[in-house]
Design a binder for this molecule. Structure first.
Ligand code: DHB
Ligand code: FE
Length: 290
């Protein structure tokens, strides 16, 4: 049986990769951000996941504007990274879990999520930076302690899937995970955000109040956030702040009693409101009694 041990959400800004390569963890600019991962490392050491389901958005490495699925899922044996032009080291490849991927794909399609299925898939900084933050030693050696199932959400080319739809996508994956017969400990990860806008008249836009509201509601009442339309989300979080969709899918995949156990919020990380959260997925009290 699968145990969904919890969820982690984090910013995926590429310059974090440069700071890691230059060992700037204690630099005054970077310390408040990296320090937020001490707890994550302790939590992961306890949670001991075998697999990470990673909700993220590709930025032009695997998909481009010519062909851009709304939702895609990896079913590959291995996922490689390539130079995206950010000036950061190319990450070590990471193993996939094709059998689990296909189980999730069957569940998703039965639930009406007509996924694009990728048996070959490059993963960009939206996967590699969060993995490097969570498992820094493995990022150096390439001996990752988890396999991954990447789930890609279009946050780039409008029209985007709605916030509610992304929450439901996560819920479908959570249900499918619970029916997988193999004993596996699974962590779900959502990357990107929080508020940021990289281009146009509002470049540099950040919205602390909106970010705080999202972080406050995510564990207990994600439906509150799901009521926002995509256009409201662009207005409130910035054109790239819509990466919050990945956080919503992560939250949806947590099927139990969800408890926030860690939060770090720091401005700025490059142009972004840097945020890291950890959620536990505890057994529901009514299930315990049954
Ligand atoms: C930045 C943020 C992102 O989400 C991204 O994908 C690239 C760059 C930034 O703040 O620099
Ligand atoms: Fe991004």
């Amino acid at each position: 049986m699968v145990e969904i041990v919890g969820g982690i959400a984090t910013t995926h800004v590429p310059s974090i990769g440069k700071a890691i390569a230059e060992n700037k963890h204690n630099d005054p600019y970077w310390k408040p951000f990296f320090a937020g991962f001490d707890y994550v490392h302790r939590w992961l050491a306890d949670a001991r996941p075998d697999v990470a389901v990673v909700f993220y958005n590709d930025h032009g490495l695997n998909f481009f504007l010519d062909k851009l699925p709304t939702f895609a899922i990896g079913a590959a044996k291995e996922y490689r990274n390539e130079d995206e032009g950010w000036g950061i080291p190319v990450s070590h490849a990471i193993a996939g879990d094709p059998a689990l991927s296909w189980h999730l794909i069957n569940g998703l399609i039965a639930d009406g999520f007509d996924m694009t299925v990728c048996q070959e898939m490059l993963v960009d900084h939206a996967v590699t930076i969060p993995l490097a933050l969570m498992w820094p030693a493995a990022a150096q050696s390439g001996a990752w302690p988890v396999k991954i199932v990447p789930v890609e959400i279009n946050t780039v080319q409008h029209p985007l899937p709605s916030v509610a739809r992304c929450l439901d996508l996560g819920r479908s994956i959570g249900r499918a995970l619970e029916t997988y017969p193999q004993d596996l400990r699974v962590v779900v990860i959502g990357t990107g955000g929080l508020s940021h806008q990289l281009d146009g008249e509002r470049a540099g836009f950040i919205n602390k109040d909106f970010d705080r509201m999202c972080m406050d509601e995510l564990a207990k009442a994600p439906e509150t956030i799901a009521r926002y339309s995509i256009h409201d989300l662009v207005e409130q979080a910035g054109a790239q702040g819509v990466e919050l969709l990945n956080w919503m899918a992560m939250r949806g995949a947590l099927t139990g009693a969800v408890v926030e156990v860690h939060r770090n919020y720091h401005i700025p990380v490059s142009n972004t409101a840097g945020a890291t959260m950890v959620f536990e997925n505890r057994p529901r009290p009514n299930l315990k009694a049954a």
